[in-house]
Design a protein around this ligand. Structure first.
Ligand code: NAI
Length: 318
């Protein structure tokens, strides 16, 4: 087979995340084929990709060495799962976040996969064992979880099931690096992976601060957007600690460890964020005051424009 066939990537599901992956792979020169159950979605995807790539090109924010038209020429579309799987080096699954749907798709894929194709799920919540258990090709299946928008946020969480081979993990890691993404590999699967475990810890505490009336929604978000987040755009919380004491991280925890434990003991129970109670009503009211629902799209566009600049700035620092 020719080298372009060997570099074929299959993408299952042509929604928001499927399209983002298509752009990342094409920017790195891979041949990309997208599959969807809905023909209308594939048509929309093709139009959106065309629009998006040309608009990025105009802004000078297109990734890779190829022009937008050349990247588009690398993309194909199909409604045949069998055709998608054929000769694919890697399949990136991006169907909606419903376990039954994923399970039935993976059992379909299981019957079609050759021995050499790795299948990675974009899932943000399902541990890979939940949908791959019992399948014949389960050792070739894992999670590669991106953050939205993946084009501007390089992190990918690679999460193996207990039966995923180290070879499949390593191949996926190298593939992500070849896109210019920055993978982290979890040693074993865990609920929430790493990103959401940390994100939820923050959500729980900002919820408690708002619920107890200590800070408004606007102010609790300022703590991140005008405070901690500025550091975190460069450093993680451990390197932050390492830099914040004369003798580094060991010194930091010697000085502040007792304080950290004392404050942590006051956090209280995990809030029930699902209950449609007074706390949620108040948080929603204040959030909608900050950004009215009708302006969410505009605010998302601002976020993406900001992330373009931030991605450039981060590159300069690396
Ligand atoms: P989406 O709803 O935008 O796109 C899903 C696509 O899958 C649609 O085009 C739909 O027609 C197609 N589809 C449905 N059933 C299918 C099937 N059986 N076979 C093939 N295609 C099928 O969803 P989105 O947001 O792109 O999410 C996809 C995955 O990415 C989910 O697992 C989600 O958890 C994950 N993810 C989403 C993020 C986000 O911010 N939206 C961030 C990170 C991960």
């Amino acid at each position: 087979s020719s080298s372009s066939v060997q570099k074929k990537i299959g993408i299952v599901g042509s929604g928001l995340i499927g399209r983002a992956w298509a752009m990342l792979f094409a920017a790195a020169g891979y041949t990309v084929q997208m599959y969807d159950i809905l023909e209308s979605q594939l048509v929309t995807a093709q139009q959106e990709l065309d629009k998006e790539l040309h608009s990025l090109e105009e802004k000078g924010a297109l990734r890779g060495q190829l022009k937008a038209s050349e990247q588009l020429a690398l993309m194909g579309f199909t409604q045949q799962l069998e055709e998608l799987v054929r000769d694919a080096l890697h399949i990136q699954e991006c169907v909606p976040e419903q376990l039954q749907l994923k399970k039935s798709l993976y059992s379909q894929l299981d019957g079609l996969l050759g021995g050499d194709t790795v299948v990675a799920s974009s899932t943000s919540t399902f541990m890979p064992s939940l949908y791959s258990e019992g399948l014949q090709r389960r050792q070739q299946m894992l999670v590669a979880h991106p953050l939205n928008p993946p084009y501007f946020i390089p992190l990918v969480e690679i999460v193996p099931a207990p039966w995923t081979t180290t070879e499949a993990v390593e191949r996926t890691r190298l593939l992500m690096l070849s896109l210019g993404q920055r993978p982290v590999t979890l040693k074993r699967e865990i609920e929430g992976f790493a990103t959401n475990r940390i994100q939820y810890a923050i959500l729980n505490e900002v919820w408690r601060l708002v619920e107890s009336g200590i800070l408004s929604v606007a102010d609790v978000d300022l703590v991140l957007s005008q405070g901690l987040g500025l550091r975190y755009a460069l450093l993680g919380s451990l390197e932050t600690a390492h830099l914040n004491a004369p003798g580094g991280v060991a010194d930091y925890f010697k000085r502040f460890g007792a304080e950290i434990s004392a404050v942590s003991a006051t956090y209280g129970p995990t809030p029930d964020t699902q209950a449609e109670g007074a706390a949620l009503a108040e948080i929603a009211r204040q959030c909608e005051e900050l950004v009215p629902l009708a302006e969410l799209d505009q605010r998302r566009a601002t976020r993406d424009a900001f992330l373009i600049h931030l991605a450039r700035l981060k590159k300069q620092f690396e």
